[in-house]
Design a protein around this ligand. Structure first.
Ligand SMILES: [Zn+2]
Length: 167
């Protein structure tokens, strides 16, 4: 008897690992992206981190995926961290655990951040509301609309509309 595969495994086996693949699968077309619902749909359980000082972690044992989050952090930060952990899940070899204490500049950490940015602030979702970004108050409005930090939204807008900024 084999257990049913979780959705993340089915998508990963089919090569559907991009943020847009996941958003499309869930018919998530409007901000804010409900990253908790996405985690649930993918079959990822969310738990508080076992140690203070961690932002997040991802462990996968026999396809049982757990995203560990620091529940004391502000919602925007938690959402980004969860999206980052989902990036590790979809993009990387999950036979090892990922512990995110601080950004270490590695390729996999950059890829997980890239995934999180594209999941929470996809260009096609930002494009129709980009006109708000013309003023500082507009950027705050967009950050609130997408439930991301002002810093994350500022970086994203700059990247999309004025060239690339490293994360
Ligand atoms: Zn990471």
């Amino acid at each position: 008897m084999s257990k049913a595969k979780p959705n993340w495994r089915i998508l990963k086996d089919r090569g559907l690992t991009k943020p847009d693949d996941i958003l499309t699968t869930l018919y998530a077309f409007e901000p804010p992206v409900d990253v908790n619902a996405i985690a649930e749909h993918l079959g990822v359980v969310v738990h508080p981190v076992p140690e203070p000082g961690w932002s997040g972690a991802l462990t996968v044992i026999n396809d049982h995926a757990v995203a560990w989050l620091h529940m004391g952090e502000v919602e925007e930060r938690r959402r980004f961290t969860l999206a980052h952990e989902l990036g590790h899940l979809m993009l990387h070899d999950v036979t090892k655990a990922f512990r995110d204490v601080s950004f270490d500049g590695s390729v996999q950490e950059s890829e997980a951040n890239r995934f999180a940015v594209d999941l929470l602030m996809p260009m096609w979702m930002l494009d129709p509301v980009f006109h708000h970004a013309k003023t500082d108050a507009g950027v705050d409005h967009l950050a609130a609309m997408f439930k991301v930090s002002r810093a994350a939204m500022t970086r994203r807008l700059h990247e999309l509309f004025h060239g690339v900024i490293p994360l």
